[in-house]
Design a protein around this ligand. Structure first.
Ligand SMILES: Cc1cc2nc3c(=O)[nH]c(=O)nc-3n(C[C@H](O)[C@H](O)[C@H](O)COP(=O)(O)OP(=O)(O)OC[C@H]3O[C@@H](n4cnc5c(N)ncnc54)[C@H](O)[C@@H]3O)c2cc1C
Length: 373
């Protein structure tokens, strides 16, 4: 017979689940975290060493929410004593008159976040690693940087455990029975009761919510890493985060040299639809060639890719997150569909999910993330 009832059972210990566990455990909640693989595994969406953090959004509500997300990352650094957030500044490049870059500038202005237009001459004077043309729009924003992603996840989990969360790895959740007042979570050989269940299952979300038919598409993404001959030019204090909308409407991005793999450059989106359990994780050569061509034109000193990795996006049609209660069960909370731009928000999503768990409400405006939007 089941007697123990957890305050919260969190399914999935990736970026969002680890942050939720931290916030809840810190509030003295009795928390159980169930993760199907080992912590830090490389089959989901949060592995790897770096993720961009920035205010840059063409939708103003994201820019506004980022103010709290930054503050929460800083709080995590203070509590853990580790540096997790590295500020480099960023440039956003696009052909002149590019609507996306214009919309980003408007969002930044509305949120009173400083940014500056630069000429090509100003830009290459500051960052001679780049080759750009005079017909490009170049927007500089000083607060952008990157998060030490794998360390963020492990730090959230470690601190959650210090605050007495019970984190169980290699524990696959097979079913959630939410049709009772206290939902039951089934694993392969056990079941657990939680006053609230928080589903942060990334690319596997739909398997546990097949009654809802959520509009989530899982896609295969790839990233490349570069090890230039002169690494000093690409250190975080010498080289910015950058993004570019190319003439072919590809969304490229890159970061300084950090960690064991080097400087990361990738193309956002355009991945094939896959399922997380059957996705072929072998990097594709055609993608690597495309990235090398781009890099040789824009940042030639980076050379050619030395390493490539696969990762998964879980995309919604409008690329906005899903953060909501299950429509038929207020005790089942869902955070999913982070559409390739969620990592920077983990610290905030953890806080929101914690508030929803403890008070059934949140102080943040999550209407853009409702299931029924
Ligand atoms: C290549 C790439 C680059 C990116 N770059 C950026 C960036 O620069 N900036 C940014 O902000 N965002 C970026 N993102 C997006 C960001 O990384 C994701 O939005 C975020 O990591 C999603 O976290 P998650 O917790 O939803 O998923 P995950 O981290 O995948 O976590 C889900 C977890 O749930 C577990 N799980 C699933 N089902 C079960 C089950 N039934 N039982 C038990 N456990 C289960 C999984 O094993 C997994 O550990 C990038 C993503 C990728 C792939």
């Amino acid at each position: 017979m089941l007697s123990h009832i957890y305050d919260a059972i969190i399914i999935g210990a990736g970026g969002m689940g680890s942050a939720t566990a931290y916030h809840l455990a810190k509030s003295s909640a009795d928390v159980l975290v169930l993760e199907q693989f080992q912590r830090g595994h490389t089959l989901g969406s949060s592995h790897g060493e770096v993720r961009i953090i920035r205010f840059f959004y063409d939708k103003p509500f994201y820019t506004e929410l980022m103010k709290t997300a930054y503050a929460e990352w800083r709080n995590l650094e203070s509590e853990s004593g580790k540096q997790l957030l590295f500020i480099t500044g960023s440039v956003s490049l696009g052909k002149s008159g590019n609507q996306y870059v214009m919309d980003v500038r408007n969002s930044l202005d509305a949120a009173e976040v400083e940014s500056e237009w630069w000429t090509a001459t100003q830009f290459v004077k500051r960052f001679s690693q780049f080759q750009v043309t005079n017909d490009m729009d170049i927007l500089w924003q000083k607060d952008t940087g990157f998060l030490y992603a794998s360390e963020c996840v492990s730090t959230h989990l470690q601190l959650a455990e210090q605050h007495r969360a019970d984190v169980r790895e290699n524990t696959l959740v097979t079913r959630i029975d939410w049709q009772t007042d206290v939902p039951t979570v089934y694993t392969e050989d056990s079941k657990f009761l939680g006053r609230k269940v928080v589903l942060t299952a990334g690319a596997w979300t739909s398997f546990l919510l097949n009654d809802l038919n959520l509009p989530l598409t899982v896609t295969k993404q790839q990233v490349c890493y570069y090890k230039p001959a002169d690494v000093t030019l690409f250190q975080p204090d010498q080289f910015p985060v950058f993004t570019e909308i190319t003439n072919d409407d590809e969304f490229m991005y890159g970061m300084p040299y950090f960690g064991k793999n080097g400087a990361k450059v990738a193309r956002h989106g355009m991945g094939k639809s896959v399922t997380p359990d059957t996705c072929n994780r072998t990097p594709e050569q055609g993608y690597i060639q495309r990235m090398d061509t781009y890099v040789n034109e824009r940042i030639p000193d980076l050379g050619n890719a030395v390493h490539s990795e696969v990762c998964l996006y879980t995309e919604t049609p409008d690329e906005n997150f899903i953060i909501d209660k299950h429509p038929h069960c207020p005790n089942l909370l869902i955070a999913a569909g982070f559409s390739g731009h969620g990592f920077k928000f983990c610290s905030l999503v953890g806080r929101i999910m914690s508030e929803l768990t403890l008070t059934s409400n949140t102080t943040f405006d999550i209407r853009p993330f409702s299931i029924n939007r």
